[in-house]
Design a protein around this ligand. Structure first.
Ligand code: TYD
Ligand code: MG
Length: 456
């Protein structure tokens, strides 16, 4: 090429032409035929022209997959997975260290092999003896529950292909390594390579494979976000390590709805399904304390009453702290600003803390009113009456907006003996036993709190 060329005259792409020493490419000499080459490769137009034509077919003619979920043997896990693990699917189970991922999956393998089937645990973090010790807390061990201790991902894939277990777990994907790929275990390149191997063996043999992945404190899967795209399902195990309650939530699910939650409690014999979550969620609640408001959440199909707590204290620092557990920090910052600007709640110079009881993470904007009210109540030192729940999204103008499932939220509150609900103005009716306090704005809600009319 004799001069600079900014735009490829064939594919019209800018900066796609690079200068290259002319070599004979496969199938002919460039330049000579007037072709343009990108660093020795044909340009886009050339590639499209030479690609083999693949014929699209009507979608209606495609056979719907036969993949049916198979029960995991743990009802609450089945609930999250819309029935169980789908053959050939890959599920990533994330959660903070120590939250109970290994325990949950060992129990799923245990349940899978009690019916005579085999199941396989590839344990890269714990020795076979350590796994045995944990398993002995769960119950007598079926012969079909196999363990392979080691961190070679290729060997793990080979074992899965050979044993054909009804389900296989690799614990964890950050601890295994593919000897053929660069990088140390846990690096993005390694995690990706290992996941590739395991996804391939799952798909080619129709075996459900579960990968355990660690997440950082803020809930992100450590390093390998790439994983989320490679797998069919992403589950997260949540909760407060120091309390018994555990939530399993589907963040992504190709075979059913997401958002459904499973509830477990961690005890001496591993995780058991929770019969009454309110023992944990409301059992220790203090009566008449400022900064506590109950939010009726909807998790998937399930209503769940969650206590939101807030505390505001004079800060000794020039940069007051905004700490939150279970409430999104960005949402908290927004609510603090709206309280200050729209509802005359002055939080300047105050450290602000919010948390949810039981380690429940609130993802719905519907929690805004409860969080803001808890903060307002804490900063003014006025309690909200114990039998009151609150829900509604708060806008930047301080308005309280309507949210989905108002009646389901109210029905659950009523069932548990709550008698009053602060709700968006659009909520038209309440179940028997609950009186509605409709609030159009956060300022309105705060004026009721200040006047003491929410306390009595
Ligand atoms: P674990 O499953 O090892 O967590 P992860 O794999 O997510 O890191 O669970 C760890 C905690 O659970 C550990 O602190 C011990 C506790 N535990 C029980 O309380 N009861 C039990 O029966 C088992 C097996 C574990
Ligand atoms: Mg573990």
């Amino acid at each position: 090429m004799l001069r600079w060329c900014g735009r490829c005259p064939q594919c019209s792409g800018w900066n796609t032409v690079v200068s290259a020493i002319e070599e004979d490419p496969p199938g002919g000499k460039p330049g000579g035929a007037g072709r343009l080459w990108r660093g020795g490769e044909p340009c886009v137009t050339e590639r499209i022209a030479s690609a083999e034509y693949a014929s699209p077919i009507p979608l209606a003619d495609v056979e719907a997959g036969q993949a049916r979920p198979r029960s995991t043997g743990l009802g609450e896990l089945d609930r999250v997975l819309s029935g169980g693990f789908v053959p050939g699917s890959v599920t990533l189970v994330g959660g903070e260290p120590g939250i109970g991922k290994s325990t949950l999956l060992l129990q799923a393998l245990h349940a899978a092999s009690t019916s005579g089937a085999t199941s396989l645990l590839v344990s890269a973090e714990e020795s076979a003896e350590q796994v045995r010790l944990r398993a002995s807390r769960i119950g007598p061990l079926p012969r079909g529950l196999l363990v392979l201790a080691g961190n070679d991902a290729a060997a793990a894939a080979a074992a899965i292909a050979e044993e054909r277990p009804s389900v296989a777990v690799v614990d964890s994907v950050q601890a295994v390594a593919d000897p053929a790929s660069p990088g140390t275990p846990g690096s993005v390149a390694q995690v990706r390579a290992c996941a590739d191997l395991l996804v391939r063996v799952a798909k080619s043999h129709g075996i459900p494979v579960v990968l355990v992945g660690h997440v950082t404190k803020d809930g992100a899967l450590a390093g390998p976000r790439v994983l989320e795209h490679l797998v069919d399902t992403v589950l997260s195990v949540e909760g407060d390590r120091h309390h018994a309650l555990r939530l399993v939530r589907a963040l992504k699910h190709r075979f059913g709805p997401t958002g459904e939650i499973g509830l477990f409690q961690m005890g001496d014999a591993g995780l058991t399904e929770v019969a009454d979550p309110y023992l944990y969620l409301l059992g220790d609640r203090q009566s008449g304390s400022p900064g506590s408001v109950i939010f009726p959440a909807i998790e998937g199909q399930r209503p769940l009453l969650v206590e939101v707590q807030a505390l505001a204290a004079l800060s000794s620092s020039s940069q007051p702290r905004r700490l939150t557990q279970g409430v999104d920090p960005a949402r908290l910052a927004l609510l603090v600003a709206v309280l200050e600007r729209r509802a005359s709640v002055d939080l300047r110079g105050m450290d602000v803390f919010t948390s949810t009881v039981g380690g429940i993470r609130l993802n719905e904007p519907a929690a805004d009113l409860a969080v803001a009210l808890a903060l307002g109540s804490a900063s003014k030192g006025v309690a909200v009456r114990d039998d009151t729940v609150a829900f509604g999204e708060v806008g930047l103008g301080g308005e309280v907006r309507q949210v989905p499932h108002a009646h389901r939220r109210l029905a659950e509150a009523s069932r548990l003996g709550f008698r009053r609900a602060l709700v968006p103005a659009a909520v038209d009716r309440a179940p028997a036993g609950i009186s509605l306090v409709r609030v159009g704005t956060l300022a309105h809600a705060m004026s009721l709190a200040r006047a003491g009319s929410l306390a009595g």
